[in-house]
Write a protein that binds this ligand. Structure first.
Ligand code: MSP
Length: 511
């Protein structure tokens, strides 16, 4: 019996006081692409997403609407869940911080750290930004306002439990230095290294000013700080404090994918909590950039929030998945514009990929009645095509391992171009005129369809529906579509029937 390789990846858990927009969809889709790729490479994947439901903001918003916080969360969580379904997201678990399994884990990790003497009761006084749920020191403030969101802060003094974060500064530093891939990309790693070198303060990890959250074990006057609560979701979903089962199989996590705005929480707070609790640290944290919209920051007040449901209805799910991962190098900021989206759909999808599939299958149907011929001897041009595919599959693999999704797509599109060029250079329509060239024509069409098969497997993690359509055109079953076992050249069976493809992507007409 072979033991399956395990892979665990997570999205951040989303606040329930916001409607999902393309920023949220982006993090989740990037994870989905990686999860699907890893599955195609034979891994057993645990892919977690969920919602971050506690805290003062949700409590206030609920009261303003005359609801309980849980009623509000129950309502909003559905928007996330239905969006993920619509976007074809293949998460294996969805955690809500209001669930009992999560409360058990949070209280247990709190208890463990307290038992080691690294949580103590003290008094807290600082400037608090309620919308960001963050305390700031006086020197952090910009004109008295929150340096992150610019909104007013208020001075708060309260009894609070503190986590002895300062004690773990050196241990964390050593870990980051010894593990170059722990924080990615490199610029983010450098940012955190200098932050930690400046010194870590102890962290206030409880509040007494609201009640919607998880009580401190043994003192329910205190609610555990939302970030201590939220970060623990990554292990509560694995059944922690039970350390057998999923926890044993999947922890430490392979990668926490996050946006750059929540880097410090994931690379300073979370690892030090884990160090204090005596638990292993995640293998890596990857922070991606932020999207602007038509050059501007997305915000409710500008009414420019891009709503993914609407995009999917208009352009189709695979086009949106493709665009978001193709347009911007993962890790950098990017801009969403309708023009750029339409351009990508028309040029990369309808033109390059769509035409490749439709003209190849149309020729096979016309010249061989849709029955795949047996290839004859390979000429140089055929060997070049084959070798390019074989080499490029390794290139794509390395890019996927590095979460360089846009580069991986670029590499796949080099194959699409190579196949299109192969058609132009081998000119099947000319070969078809000469009965003596019948075998040569068969070889060319076989090679083309074989290229399309591999392109189909490679695009599947990005565009699952498109990959499935290509698979069904070629008459492949699910067992033929696992990349790990089918990434070599020449696996299509001569004699099998290939359907004539309807256009995969309709062109979008522009005014
Ligand atoms: N609840 C916290 C995360 C807790 S994880 C233990 C949170 N939630 S969030 O809903 O505000 O954001 C979730 C993710 O969406 C973050 O990774 C954030 O970077 C991402 N995005 C929000 N707006 C974004 C853009 N405009 N562009 C790209 N991603 C953005 O933070």
């Amino acid at each position: 019996m072979t033991v399956k390789k395990h892979f665990y990846l997570t999205t951040p858990i989303y606040y329930v006081n916001d409607v999902p927009h393309i920023g949220h969809a982006y993090t989740t889709l990037a994870c989905d692409v990686l999860a699907r790729y890893k599955r195609a490479r034979g891994f057993e994947v645990s892919f977690l997403t969920g919602t971050d439901e506690h805290g003062q903001k949700v409590e206030k918003a609920a009261h303003a609407k005359g609801e309980t916080p849980l009623e509000l969360a129950d309502r909003v969580v559905k928007r996330f869940q239905s969006l993920w379904e619509k976007l074809n997201v293949s998460h294996t678990d969805f955690i809500r911080t209001s669930q009992e399994r999560h409360k058990l884990a949070v209280q247990e990790i709190f208890r463990r750290i307290e038992a080691k003497g690294d949580i103590y009761l003290g008094e807290y006084e600082d400037w608090y930004c309620t919308p960001c749920e963050t305390y700031w020191t006086e020197t952090n403030l910009l004109d008295g306002n929150c340096p992150d969101c610019g909104r007013p802060t208020e001075k708060l003094k309260e009894a609070s439990y503190f986590f002895r974060m300062s004690k773990f500064q050196n241990q964390l530093l050593e870990h980051i230095e010894a593990n170059p891939d722990f924080i990615q990309p490199k610029t983010r790693r450098n940012e955190i290294l200098s932050f930690v070198r400046e010194g870590l303060r102890d962290l206030s990890i409880s509040r007494t000013t609201f009640s919607w959250g998880i009580p401190v074990p043994g003192n329910d006057q205190h609610i555990i700080y939302v970030w201590f609560d939220a970060l623990t979701n990554y292990i509560s979903a694995l059944g922690f404090p039970n350390e057998d089962g999923d926890f044993a199989d999947f922890w430490p996590c392979d990668v926490h994918v996050i946006g750059k705005d929540i880097l410090r929480f994931h690379t300073v707070y979370w690892p030090t909590f884990l160090l204090a609790a005596g638990l292993p640290l995640p293998k890596s944290v990857f922070a991606h950039g932020w999207w602007t919209v038509e050059g501007q920051k997305m915000s409710k007040s500008l009414a420019n929030v891009v709503e993914p449901n609407m995009l999917v209805d208009k352009y189709g799910v695979d086009a949106i998945r493709y665009f978001l991962l193709r347009e911007v190098p993962f890790g950098l900021d990017g801009d969403f514009s309708h023009n750029a989206l339409v351009h990508r759909i028309n040029s990369d999808l309808a033109n390059d990929l769509g035409n490749l599939v439709s003209r190849s299958t149309a020729m096979l149907s016309k010249y061989f009645n849709g029955s795949l011929p047996t290839p004859g001897e390979l000429e140089e041009i055929d060997c070049d095509l084959r070798d390019k595919f074989v080499r490029q599959i390794d290139v794509v693999d390395a890019q996927m391992e590095a979460l360089a999704f846009n580069k991986a797509l670029q590499s796949i599109w080099e194959l699409v171009s190579a196949a299109n060029k192969y058609i132009d250079e081998s000119a099947p329509w000319t070969l078809a005129k000469d009965p003596a060239q019948q075998q040569r024509l068969g070889t060319v069409l076989y090679n083309l369809l074989e290229g399309i098969r591999l392109i189909g497997l490679l695009v599947t993690p990005f565009m699952p529906d498109t990959g499935a359509s290509i698979g069904s055109i070629l008459g492949l079953g699910p067992e033929d579509q696992l990349l790990e076992e089918h990434d070599s050249w020449g696996l299509l069976k001569p004699g099998s029937t290939v359907a004539k493809a309807a256009p995969l992507f309709p062109r979008i007409e522009t005014e």
